[in-house]
Structures are given as C-alpha cells and as structure tokens.
Write a protein that binds this ligand. Sequence first.
Ligand code: ATP
Length: 203
Amino acid sequence: MTATLVGSGLTARFGGREVFADLDIGVDAGSVTGVVGHSGSGKTTLLRILAGLTEPAAGRVEQRGVERRPGTIGLLAQHPRGVANPRWTLRRAVAEPATIARRNCDVEQIAARVGLDPALLDRFPAQVSDGQLQRACVGRLLVQAPRFVLCDEPTAMLDPVSARAVIGLLQELVDDGAGMVLVSHQRRLVDARCRDVVDLDVR
Ligand SMILES: Nc1ncnc2c1ncn2[C@@H]1O[C@H](COP(=O)(O)OP(=O)(O)OP(=O)(O)O)[C@@H](O)[C@H]1O
C-alpha cells in the first residue's frame, strides 16, 4: 500500500473568522503536492493542521499505509530561528531525532551532506546565519527520515545558492520515498516540482 497523507474536508477558523473550508489535500510517498495562495490565505495553518499542531474546526487528517511510530511527519519552517531551540547547539538539534529513537547518527556526515561546515556544529543558532541554520534543519530532517515532509516556504530566507542547495536536499528526501507538501510563493518552483497543487485563492 502506498503511504499517503490525506486531509479531508478541512476547515480552519480563528475567533469566528473562517480561513478556509472543506478543503481536501493529499500527498503520496515519493511525490510533491504544492500549496499556493496569497498572504493570509491559510498556507501555514494548513501545514500545521496536517502536522497535528493545530486542530481543524472540521475535517480529518489521516496517514495511510504508514507504520505507527513517532516522527513520521517532519516540518521545515519558513523562519528556522522561530523553531530552533536557542539553547541547543546545532549538533544536538540535528541529532535529536536519533537521540529520541535511541539510535546512533553520524552528525559530521550529515553536516557534509547538507553543506554545513562541521566547525559550526558546536555553535548555537544565534551564532550562525539563516542559511546555515536552515541547512542544519534540513540535516535534522535527514536524521529523522520522516515519511512526510511539510515545507513552509523553505527557501524564503535564503540566497539563491543556499536556496538551490536546500531544494536539492529536499528533492533527495522525495527521491528516497518521502511525500512532501511544499508551500511556496514561487509559482514557477511549485509548477516545476509538484504533481498536484492546492491553490487557496481559487476555491
Ligand atoms: N493562532 C492564530 N490565532 C488567530 N488567527 C490566526 C492564528 N494563526 C493564523 N491566524 C490567521 O489565519 C490567517 C491565515 O494565516 P496563515 O499564517 O496560515 O497564512 P499564510 O497563507 O501562511 O500567510 P503568509 O503567506 O503571510 O505566510 C491569517 O489571517 C492569520 O492572521
């Protein structure tokens, strides 16, 4: 059975104001579903609902064909500084999924894979650039090896070289069989990468 993440009939509402209603979205293993829409249309909210971080006002999210274990969904935030623990070194953050699962991981090898200077691994988030921190977040995803990756404008903070590197690394996760939901304002990127696109503006 193909692993699939499915959201059906999803409605998001804050303080009586409806952000979106009765929305369906799905992504299969090894493919990318795009999410586009104007600022405030609910893209981040949709990712948070898919990740189980926000409860929808209606509808449900299911993972089909996936073994029950923690960490089957990974998130890559638009602003890595907003999610990185400021008191943890990059080494600790990258290794955390392996620490939780009580398995070993070669953090230096992961750093090499994501193009992060190993000397930066013992720094704290405030001591590295946004691009370096985002690469560490991608490294953490590689350690986590989630079945589904939810990416919220993952290159918005990055220079073109770092952006291409991050997109390439995310594509590797998809090539290895992850299903990805990609939120982006860059319609060209979405059209080039995504099999299905959910447009929150034309519903
Ligand atoms: N926790 C919350 N409480 C109240 N309102 C919220 C909350 N989270 C989001 N909203 C509102 O829901 C709407 C959608 O927000 P969301 O961040 O999902 O939009 P977005 O499409 O990701 O925007 P952007 O492209 O600017 O990142 C906005 O009007 C926002 O103010």
